[in-house]
Design a protein around this ligand. Sequence first.
Ligand code: WTA
Length: 679
Amino acid sequence: MSAREIEADAAVIAAHWREEEYISPPSRFIGQAYASDPAIFERFAEKNFPDCFREYAELLHWDQYWHTTLDASRPPFFKWFVGGKLNVCYNCIDRHLPKHRNKAAFYFVPEREDEPIVALTYQQLYRRVNEMAALLRDFCGLKRGDRVTLHLPMTLELPITMFACARLGVIHSQVFSGFSGRACADRIVDSRSRVLITIDAYQRSGKLNDHKDKADLAVAEAAKQGVDVEKILVWRRYPAQYHSTTPMVKDRDFFVDEVLKNYHNREIAPEVMDANDTLFLMYTSGTTGKPKGAQHSTGGYLAYVAATSKYIQDIHPQDVYWCMADIGWITGHSYIVYGPLALAATSVIFEGAPNVPDAGRPWRIAETLGVNIFHTSPTAIRALRRGGVDLPSQYKHRFKHMTTVGEPIEPEIWRWYWNVVGKREAVIVDTWWQTENGGFLCSTVPGIHPMKPGSAGPGLPGIYPMIVNENGEQIAPGSGVAGNICIRNPWPGRMLTIWGDDERFVKTYYARYNNDPKSKDWHDWPYFAGDGALQAADGYIRILGRIDDVINVAGHRLGTKEIEAACLTVPEVAEAAVVPVADEIKGALPEVYASLQPGVKASDQMAKKIVDAIVDEIGAIARPRRVWLVPDMPKTRSGKIMRRVLSSISAGRDAGDVSTLANPEVVEELRKLVQNKPR
Ligand code: WTA
């Protein structure tokens, strides 16, 4: 998208989103907030960079203190807290035992309301993690630096497995449970995992879903691509019962609950890791078809998520904190598991969909558990609002703090969150960040800044954003002119690199605005986020959305190229183009345009075949709103498919001047096809 186009889009949005009035954080919140003194911004001002981040690292226990806060000698491969040694599992569990052994580390809330909520204390978590670590080490032969793929849903077994890996220095790569077996296979292959950890089944959307079937598919597919998985470890949703239709393969598949009996009460010393060793991989979508493994560090990452959990989420040890995201995404890693537990908080894990059996469910959970910090996405807020505008008022929950993340939030929806869900007592933070970032980048600091509906807020302490135009020139701060948002400086939570692809890392995030590839000065290496944004006079940033080929569906990133590649696995498809279309609840949905091979007839079955291929290759989250089978695609003279023209057609907008296309007549034809069909 060119700068002009972003500006045009911004203008469209601005027409609907006028500059909003400030709302002050409730004084009751400010009175107890960890950060209420604006001096934090002085301490984290550029003149104190990078040493300001010491304060973050000091929230952790270090087996060996670091000697260099930031090593920026090989940009953009920045290293934080160099020389420091620590273990993440020790920091999130062991060190809390003397004071908090008896406190719930997690509450597990099953989707079915007739199943009891499980409270897992820090002591119990310690035991279960040690036993699992013993199993991974002694039964699977895993050691530091090895990669393991996890394909687990929202049950306690997921964080237990993650911590067991972290204890051993094994790199976990958790794949969102909604992804298909094939998508899981690609991640197994890229990370070269020899062990896959899954579960037989899980409850979601009112039914018990078979999950082990995906593991069989994943392993078969990985083998075709040359990676042999030796063991599949299968947790059981209901121990001793088995709820998958697939057979257990002898000497390959093992029930974790059975094998664990051999490791009863075993204790494993936490591996002493380097601050810049890898803690985990999180695959995410980008511009090309292949998902990339964001490779996150140990020391910098944990320091950053602990500190942002403390100052932005304001999590105190006595709080009950519930983030409704899925641990399979970065939000869950940073703000359900690692950040909250580094602070000895109680974190809620909810297995189900937010509106099952009805839209009152989240508020009943909050009432029962005394949740006082709530964290979710605009998509969930929109869906819950649709379930009953006044419904939350009927419940007795009381939040002090609420977070929104993942997509721009419409001011109208923000106000509902504030007035009805939060009952005007809960401060709201709109946090902007990405898988690659580790933790929040832009947000208000809740005890310091007033809130402005629809705007994320300024850069966090120690984060210096800027907005640049297509030519790399900085747009005047506070001018309200749209451009591409960049972060000028390195920060501790940023990923180390893309797993196995340093070159792609540099190219994707740095090449665009770097003037001198030889420069050793971090000032020459702004981080390019891939989002359009504008900054108002008060310094608050409003995020406009992705400027690359990424569709944000319900706050989840999907690459248009990945979906197009899935369409092309159908042999009858000649060409496919995927565009985002606006959706009232999910923000955006993919819509597919496909042309068929000569001689193949368009039919409903053919469209269905394409949908099935997408669900099979990626997962149900990528299910398109509609597949349009078209005679031809609008193309430039050089043969490039004009996706912007297609998205105007889908949106019912004027496609603009198309006279320079190679086949302008096709635009009218498609417009008739699409706009005359009932939805
Ligand atoms: C979008 C999720 C507006 C943005 C943590 C970004 C947002 C992408 C916000 C990253 C927000 C995230 N307001 N847009 N508060 N937060 N985004 O990697 O387009 O799944 O680039 O990380 O989500 O998605 P990801």
